[in-house]
Design a protein around this ligand. Structure first.
Ligand SMILES: [Zn+2]
Length: 153
């Protein structure tokens, strides 16, 4: 089981968006909490916090390496069923909408070609497989390369 929450310092905002893309609860925080709640981990760049329980100090500048470090240290196995299940901006779970509901919210080409749609209740943003762009897809494939396939399209 992954931690229930990934408290992510604001300066690691790109990392937080990628954790959300994997369906993980990754709220941004302005400063580390005095005590890390049970089930949570703190992702920070503050070396002074190294060694404390529940704290992962990011060593690298590149988001890809940070993500790899988090997954390695927590032995995370991303769950394909949870991919794209959270709004990248709001960190809230998104809900499925029908093609009819997506009409007018996405470009016609997307409406006709995407296999499914989800939407954030807070900001209204619509997601579909591929909506995160080619680069995201390539990185996702690298992340997923070692995970048993369970039908993610
Ligand atoms: Zn949102």
């Amino acid at each position: 089981m992954p931690p229930e929450q990934f408290l992510t310092e604001r300066m690691l905002g790109r990392l937080a968006r990628w954790l959300r893309l994997l369906g993980l609860d990754a709220p941004l925080i302005d400063r580390p909490p005095a005590k890390i709640p049970p089930g949570a981990v703190l992702l920070t760049r503050r070396r002074a916090l190294a060694g404390r329980p529940g704290v992962i100090v990011m060593g690298a500048d590149r988001m890809e390496e940070q993500l790899a470090q988090v997954m390695r240290e927590l032995r995370l196995q991303p769950d394909r069923a949870r991919l794209l299940s959270r709004c990248l901006d709001c960190n809230l779970p998104v809900h499925h909408i029908s093609r009819e509901e997506a009409a007018g919210l996405v470009a016609d080409h997307t409406l006709n070609t995407a296999s499914s749609f989800t939407r954030c209740r807070r900001c209204g943003k619509v997601y579909w497989p591929g909506s995160h762009g080619q680069r995201a897809r390539v990185l996702l494939e690298e992340i997923l390369a070692n995970i048993p396939a369970t039908g993610f399209d």
